[in-house]
Design a protein around this ligand. Sequence first.
Ligand code: SAH
Length: 246
Amino acid sequence: MDRSANAAGVLEHSDTGAQENRVVTEEEWLQKWEMRNIGFHKEQGHPLLQKYLDVLLGGRSGLRIFFPLCGKAVDMKRLADMGHHVVGVEVSEQALKEFFAEHSLPYSEEPVPEIPGAKKLQSTSGNISLYCCSIYDLSSSVVGKFDGFWDRGALVAVNPCDRQRYASLMITLMEQNSSYLLVTVSYDPTKHKGPPFYVPESEINSLFGSHCEIKYLEKVDDFSERHRQWGLDYFLEVLYLLKLVS
Ligand code: SAH
């Protein structure tokens, strides 16, 4: 028996062996964007972010909000429209250009002196700054720290071998009083190789637990035809709130 229920009340799979060594290269991500293989994109924004906006913002205004591995998430525009400063990072320049084009937002491009080859695409209004580079090129000395994080399609898109590095980086970007909303996915990892990768709750605890309090908030059924074609019979999104404790 390799399964038991976790705090989120979903089946916990221990048989993640098929995914552990899987590596998706940056080139493969760029190809997904070119081939329009972007079923992860939510045209209407993410319902869980909408629902837990108050948890993220805590009634505060003018926050710095980070979208790691941002794609062209429409919620970036929504938060910027509310007066927050949004920073994203994404390897696909195409994704970032589509974001600005689809929202009719004028923007400018500039190199990032600290990161060779990277570009920063910034809305003319100044409150959306999207870095075109790998997440691993960033550090708090380049982007500063953040009050809020929306991690959806991010930790679960990171190659399993890079998770520790990713989580450690995120912790260095957290302001003392920040709120980090983390969305993971739950499905049978023996049936689909990922991405998105299945990240067991036990691993979230080991990645973030020594620096953060981790609170399970909600799980939602996100099963669709796409997942059925992958050979799955269920697919959940699971939301956690991380708060820095040390
Ligand atoms: N968070 C977005 C996109 C999810 S898909 C959403 O919810 O819609 C994951 C995205 O991460 C892809 O757009 C991919 O191009 C990007 N990506 C993959 N590896 C990356 C890396 N190392 N650094 C930055 N972006 C990366």
